[in-house]
Structure formats: C-alpha cells, structure tokens
Design a protein around this ligand. Structure first.
Ligand code: HEM
Length: 503
C-alpha cells in the first residue's frame, strides 16, 4: 500500500475542511454511545490512526495488537476500521458471521482500474459476485483445469531450469527475484490466454497496474475531499492508464475472436484457457450467465494481478528460508531425491508423496503470507464479535501475518519449523483460521489449487536438479530479512543464490 499522495499546495484547503469536520464531529457526535466497542489506540486529531498505514502496516498493527488486543477499532481518517489479529476472532468473522463480512473494501483507484466492480475480487457480495465466483471455481480454476495445465507447468519449468543452467559457466549465481515472477507470468499467461502475451508492452502494463493498485489517496479516508485527486493529477494519470490497458485487452479479445472464427473446426470443444471460457460466456454459448467485454477484461486482470506476484513471492520466500536453514534444505532434498530416484523428471504423482515439501510450503505461508492484510467491509448489519459491537459499514483488516505469528496458536512462532505440520491436519484452505494466507469463508481465494500445484512443482524441480547456496560464501543467518510491501509482501533485497547442477 503506498503512502498517501498529496501535493503541498493543496494541503491548506484540505486541512481547513478537515479541521471543520473534526470540530463538528467532536462537538456534536458522541462516539460509541452505549455500544461495547473494541479497544482503540490513541488517535491523532483529524487523521485518527492514519499513521498506521506506513510502509509496513501489518507490522505496526501487530505491535499495536500486542498492547490493545486481537480486536481493535482504529479510525483511519473518517473510516472506522476493525483490526483482527487472532485466529479466534477471524474464525468468528469468517465462519459464524461470514455473510456479514463478505463485502470487499476497494480503494477508489483500484475500483477504476478493475472496470468499476466488474471483477470478482472487488465486486460487492450479491448475485453478480456469486455468478463470477462460480465461473472461477467451477470453470476457470476447477481441479480438472488445474490438472490440464500440467503441460504448461512442465514446459515453463524446463525453460526456467535451462535459464538457470545458462548461468552455471559464469558461477551459477542467479537472481531469483527476476526469474521466478517471469516463470509465473508465463504459466499464468498461458493458462489465462492460451498463449503468452508477454511482449514487453503487456509486462510493462502489468507492472504499472500493480503499482497503481497500491495508490491510496486522501479521498479514500476523507470521501468529501475527492477533488484533491482531480487537482493533483492522480485521476488523470489513472484514466490515461485505464485507456491504455483497455486498448491492449480489446486487441487481445479481438484477435482471439478472429482466431476462433477462422479455426472453429480445430478449436471446437477445446476450451483449455480462461479467455476462451470467458468468450464462450460472452457469446452466450454457455447459457447460464452473461458477461460483457468489460467483464472479461476485469476477470483477466484479476487473474494476472492475483496470480503472478503472489505465487512467485511464495517461491522466493521458500528459497530464502531454505538458504537460512541448510538442514531443512537437506532434509527436503533427500525427500525429493528419494521419491524421484534416478528419473530425469519430477512427476505430479511424485509430488503427492512429498509430505515434507508440503510442510515447508505451509510453514513459509504461515510466516510470510504474501498478502498480509486481508480487506473486507462489513455489510448492513451490526454484529457482535468476541463480545464487542461492530457496526455496519466498518472496514475490516484481517492481519494474516500477525495470526501466523500468534503464540496463542503456534509454539515458538518465530522459529521456521516445517516439522510442526508433519503430524498436523492444519491446512491453508480457509478452514483453519490460524493459517489463512488465502483468506477464508465465501470470499476465500479461488486460486489455491492453481498456486499450490505451481509452487510445489517448480520447487521440487529446482531442488531435485540443483544444490543451492548463497553467493560469496555468505551464511544463511547473514540474510537480511527486512520486508517490503509492493502489492505483495517481498523480502526487501532480491534473493541471489548460486545453483550447482546435481548431474
Ligand atoms: C500464493 C498465491 C496466492 C495467495 C497467497 C492468494 C491470496 C488471496 C487472499 C488472501 C485473498 C482474499 C481472500 C479473503 O478475502 O478471504 C484472495 C482472493 C482472491 N484470489 Fe488469491 N491468492 C493467490 C493466488 C491466486 C491465483 C493464482 C488466482 C487466480 C488465478 C487468485 C485469484 C483470486 C481472486 C479472484 C480472489 C478474490 C475472491 C473473491 O473476492 O471472492 N489468487 N487471494
């Protein structure tokens, strides 16, 4: 999340408006009334707790929760915001009161970039959202589809391995921050569009899109100050970008519609990518739901935004933790090599037997969830959570990062110990609220199977084919683990590692 954007020459009128509003609310409106509201940390005048939205808000909110408890009510400008930092409270919200918390909070720029709620991730809970979710779950990302993408995972993994091998003659040092997102971009791109649109233009557009998705402006917290983003140029910048992205997507759709017309006999019944499935719905061939072109574009952007960075970030964190914990790396390599034996290639059936690999991935997701704060908004009803009153319309931030480090749920949470998952049924599918990197309840992530299959397959291959160490004889404990939030939560410094081929 970017810090708030504002030009200095606009500060004065903005501050006057804010001061007047603060004065009026302070004088005439008594907060809370008879309600039993969750504890609130001290607030700044006017801004409330907006200082919480610094460059690493999940960490700051975690430290606040240690003082004020797992449910806190913050005031982000004009927006009352509930911060949830324990598995118990998350369970009560996402299971007992799931329906009440099934709306998504969208910042203004995000909504504009995603065709004003025509996508799945931002659309408000209701019939339209239900239709989109069923398209995602039953058609685009069903287990059958995920299996059918096996050849894409295989081909793209071979290309990645080839690229790593090309570095061997010059010492084998590779920048995993560069390579892994490229790999996931190709896998997601081919699954989504049937072929790669990864010319430089689309890559640059996607990068710009991720950056703009983090643009949080003053009007998001003080809605009556919406004129500020008109004056400071943000609205114009976003509008120009939306037009460029729309032109690109329009071209992609046009081209695909043309190919479908020309090769109808070849493509008949062969719908092995998201774009074709969405175009079938658009052309009315499926009969169940309807979708316009903007809907297709918004759904494709959801897939790229949600799928590329999050998946590659997990891979980079896994490799980081393995380099920090050589005994875990060795144990994992032994498992992989015992199962794959002398075969050249890792197969999907092999992966199902790799319990330690799955434990390492779970432990990484516990400690480094790529989306540390899950944003929801409470619907129309006031509800009670853990005895506290939560009012309708409250913004909710579920701190998945804090929950994964909560000593109430985890023994020695600061230690990286994949063994904790070996004899445990805890999984990240949204039913165990101490581990919610993919969220949970109705709004939970539909891409779990897709990402898990991709992450497991590529890691099994990287560890089967190479030994890994840090460059220049550095030791694992030397690795700087500072985090950086850039859409997803990365290590601040890109991971460089030296690959040595096994044979
Ligand atoms: C490691 C990879 C991923 C992580 C950590 C992740 C995490 C998340 C989280 C935390 C949410 C919010 C859930 C909630 O509110 O409870 C979410 C929603 C979503 N994710 Fe993922 N995701 C990943 C991969 C993917 C992939 C590969 C796709 C699609 C190809 C995807 C598509 C979506 C969509 C469309 C939503 C919105 C669902 C809704 O609002 O109903 N994600 N994801």
């Amino acid at each position: 999340m970017d810090e708030i954007q504002m030009q200095p020459f606009m500060l004065f009128p903005a501050l006057i408006s804010l001061f007047l509003l603060w004065f009026i609310t302070r004088s005439f409106i008594k907060p809370g009334g008879k309600n039993n509201l969750p504890p609130s940390p001290p607030k700044l005048p006017i801004l409330g707790n907006l200082n919480a939205l610094n460059s690493l808000p999940h960490q700051y909110l975690h430290s606040l929760a240690k003082k004020h408890g797992p449910l806190m009510l913050l005031q982000l400008g004009a927006i009352p915001t509930l911060i949830v930092s324990s598995a118990d409270a998350a369970r009560e919200m996402m299971r007992t009161h799931d329906l009440d918390f099934s709306h998504r909070y969208a910042f203004r720029v995000q909504a504009k970039l995603l065709y004003n709620y025509k996508d799945l991730a931002l659309s408000p809970y209701g019939e339209f959202w239900r239709q989109l979710k069923s398209i995602f779950v039953l058609k685009l990302l069903s287990n059958k589809m995920v299996q059918s993408f096996h050849s894409i995972r295989e081909e793209e993994t071979s290309i990645l391995i080839k690229r790593i091998r090309e570095h061997i003659p010059s010492g084998g040092s590779v920048n995993l921050r560069d390579m892994l997102p490229q790999f996931t971009n190709y896998v997601v791109g081919r699954s989504a569009c049937g072929r790669n649109y990864n010319g430089k233009r689309f890559w640059v557009l996607l990068k710009e899109l991720s950056e703009l998705m983090g643009a949080v402006g003053i009007p998001d917290f003080f809605p009556w100050l919406s004129w500020i983003t008109r004056l400071n140029g943000l609205d114009k910048k976003v509008d120009r970008f939306v037009k460029r992205m729309d032109d690109f997507l329009e071209g992609m759709i046009k081209e695909r519609l043309q190919t479908r017309k020309e090769q109808a006999h070849v493509l008949e019944g062969n719908r092995d990518n998201f774009l074709d499935i969405l175009l079938d719905i658009y052309e009315g061939n499926t009969g169940d739901v309807s979708m316009d072109k903007d809907g297709i574009k918004a759904m494709l952007l959801n897939v790229f935004l949600a799928g590329v960075d999050s998946t590659s970030t997990v891979m980079e964190w896994v490799m980081t933790e393995l380099l920090r914990h050589p005994t875990v790396m060795e144990k994992l390599q032994n498992e992989i090599r015992r199962i794959v034996k002398d075969e050249q290639d890792v197969k999907d059936e092999d992966i199902q037997k790799m319990h330690y690999l799955k434990a390492v991935i779970k432990e990484t997701l516990r400690y480094h969830p790529p989306i540390p704060l899950i944003l929801r908004i409470q619907g129309n009803n006031d509800v009670k959570i853990k005895g506290y009153d939560v009012r309708a319309g409250t913004l909710v931030m579920i701190n998945a990062w804090a929950i994964g480090r909560d000593p109430a749920s985890w023994d020695e949470p600061e230690k990286f110990q994949p063994e904790r998952f070996l004899n445990s049924s805890i999984d990240f599918k949204g039913l165990d609220f101490e581990l919610i990197p993919f969220g949970g309840g109705r709004r939970g992530c539909p891409g779990i199977a897709f990402s898990a299959a991709t992450i497991e397959f590529v890691l099994a291959n990287l560890l089967h084919k190479f030994n890994w160490e840090l460059p220049d004889g550095a030791q694992g404990q030397d690795l700087d683990m500072t985090e950086r939030l850039m859409g997803t939560l990365h290590r601040d410094i890109p991971l460089m590692a030296v690959a040595t081929p096994i044979k």
